[in-house]
Design a binder for this molecule. Sequence first.
Ligand SMILES: NC(=O)c1ccc[n+]([C@@H]2O[C@H](COP(=O)([O-])OP(=O)(O)OC[C@H]3O[C@@H](n4cnc5c(N)ncnc54)[C@H](OP(=O)(O)O)[C@@H]3O)[C@@H](O)[C@H]2O)c1
Length: 367
Amino acid sequence: MTRTSRIVSAILVLVLVALTALAIALSHNSGPAPAQALPGDAVRMKAIVYRQYGSPDVLKVEEVAKPTPAHNELLIKVHAASVNPLEWHFMRGTPYVMRLQVGMGRPKFTRLGVDFSGTVEAIGKDVKLFKVGDAIFGAADGALAEYVTSTEVGLSLKPTNMTFQQSASVPIAGITALQGLRAGQVRPGQKILINGASGGVGTFAVQIAKSLGADVTGVCSTGNVEMVRSIGADRVIDYTKEDYTKGTQRYDLIFDTVGNHSLSEHLHVLNPHGIFVIVGGQSGDPWIGPLARFFNGYLISPFVSQKFVSFLADANKTDDLNTLRDLMQAGKLTPVIDRQYSLSEVPTAMRYLEKGHARGKVVISLE
Ligand SMILES: NC(=O)c1ccc[n+]([C@@H]2O[C@H](COP(=O)([O-])OP(=O)(O)OC[C@H]3O[C@@H](n4cnc5c(N)ncnc54)[C@H](OP(=O)(O)O)[C@@H]3O)[C@@H](O)[C@H]2O)c1
């Protein structure tokens, strides 16, 4: 990226923030999205609905119309779902810039959830890859519900050796780990550090990196050291006792889901041609949130020999989900499940996840 294009990017961000501020101010009094009246003969189901942005208190279990699949869609009975930081970004409408897309004063799409696993109940006439009765898992909008519809994209057959709960925990976090490690050009024998190794993304990243032959160091708190070791990490750094950015070990790849150290603090623990993958990390800025770190990555890269990669996962990559399924089926990847909640407990699940110390994945079980 040239200096000019970096300046142009910075100006674009400022314009975007200003436009968002203006649009939010103009839509300030829009109030919660109104509930839609259901026809008396509509077949109903329970779903998590949110009609305004805010804390987990805005999440309600409501009766909504059971969806009907279009010609190219499947209707899936959801047995389990899982929650990710993505859901609390949608729930809170932060960073504010995302409201340009998802609704200014209140959410345009009032349903929540993406990750799920369930059974195909009906298919449209153009569906080719799945049949009624198949146990599947994948990503679909509004997955925190008894039923969801989806095209075939972003779905895969559930591994036979995994439960619905385990499979539902995979899509976003597993795909983020897989695609993020690829963005870091992981190769066998490389020394990799995974910051946030005990979280949803981190527990997948440790196992996938090991399956690709890397030498893995995981960073987590004291209570998670044994767990991170048990899923394959060669070394574990307890961040309450040791700061990895002050160590002497250098890494070929740092995969960072936490963002608690500045990018420049990593320069001397990253090999001269090492790659740093920026996966997560809150800037504390409600306007641009994690995007701030992404832009810092663009700004620093031209001036150093290492590469700082700003990475965004694409959950609609069916091939990647199939790769994760194959790894699970081969026994090389086993989701780590922390807590399970029911659909009516989704607000409690979100409160727990928002604390930022989930131990693996938080699952919603509908069985
Ligand atoms: N770029 C993308 O496309 C993408 C996709 C998915 C997620 N993300 C982002 O990635 C981040 C992680 O997602 P997630 O699903 O893994 O979240 P998560 O499940 O909530 O992970 C939280 C983990 O962070 C760890 N942690 C907290 N403070 C730490 C510290 N100082 N040092 C090391 N680890 C620490 C916690 O470990 P302890 O309990 O041991 O402290 C916990 O295991 C989020 O910011 C999310 O928004 C980005």
